[in-house]
Design a protein around this ligand. Structure first.
Ligand SMILES: Nc1ncnc2c1ncn2[C@@H]1O[C@H](COP(=O)(O)OP(=O)(O)O)[C@@H](O)[C@H]1O
Ligand SMILES: [Mg+2]
Length: 240
């Protein structure tokens, strides 16, 4: 469960990137966070993951307050940022071990888990190479693997499908479903509407920092009083 209560964030530049957002995402759900570029998606994700602090409001991750108990809350989160260009000088395997150390994953569990993850993403033969030698898609995959190594209760992924080839994108969607079906939460942002339409149990549409709609797609159709595609409704709602 992720519980966001009346959260706002204005940057120093004066841009109100997140404006009085309230959201509750239940266990067992894949939640899609939709909005055009600059809508405030990444900002809200940075607030949930404790990377930046809100001006007001509270955020709970699986019952733990990210402001009051940041370390405990962060341990429950697997976070995939939108930019995978990090730790470029580490080898893939070194990076995964580093993440496992950070999240206190016992050494005995690791090699089997890494093997399973590597097979799903076709990364078996790349783990001995430096991340800087990887393609964009491979960098994304190693970050994904590193975020999942501690089997977090809550997955938070910022535009995770961008740049993934079809097979890995398919695997990721399957993994998201499996994770949610075990009673966990998957929260991901996207501006690719087809992805949201296919995999989400629940969506929110955000624009200019404000949530315009939260619910299931069928209700969005009623809300928008149309039987149009998600794309058409989205464009109308966000005036894009
Ligand atoms: N570090 C920052 N400083 C100032 N303004 C920012 C910063 N990060 C984002 N913004 C602004 O906040 C708004 C929301 O950005 P962002 O959360 O990145 O949107 P999205 O992820 O939906 O594209 C945009 O207007 C953006 O220019
Ligand atoms: Mg973003």
């Amino acid at each position: 469960m992720i519980r966001i209560n009346n959260v706002s964030k204005t940057y120093g530049s004066g841009v109100k990137a997140v404006d009085s957002v309230t959201l509750e995402i239940p266990d067992g759900a894949i939640f899609g966070f939709l909005g055009p570029n600059g809508a405030g998606k990444t900002t809200l994700i940075k607030l949930i993951t404790g990377i930046i602090l809100p001006d007001k409001g509270t955020i709970e991750v699986d019952g733990t307050d990210i402001l009051k108990n940041p370390v405990e809350a962060k341990k429950k989160i697997g976070f995939v940022p939108d930019d995978p260009n990090i730790f470029l000088r580490l080898k893939g395997l070194e990076y995964l071990n580093f993440m496992a150390d950070m999240y206190d994953v016992p050494k005995s569990d690791r090699s089997q888990d890494i093997k399973v993850l590597a097979e799903r993403f076709g990364m078996q033969n790349a783990l001995g190479d430096q991340i800087q030698s990887y393609s964009h898609g491979m960098r994304q995959k190693i970050i994904l693997m590193g975020a999942l190594i501690h089997k977090p209760k809550v997955w938070i992924l910022d535009e995770p499908m961008t740049g993934l080839e079809p097979k890995s994108s398919f695997e990721l969607k399957e993994m998201m479903r499996e994770h949610a079906d075990k009673g966990n939460v998957v929260f991901f942002s996207t501006h690719v509407l087809e992805v949201a339409e296919k995999v989400c149990d629940m969506i929110s549409v955000i624009n200019k920092g404000k949530i315009l709609f939260t619910g299931i797609l069928d209700n969005m159709k009623k809300f928008a009083k149309t039987d149009a595609s998600l794309e058409k409704m989205f464009l109308e709602m966000t005036n894009a």
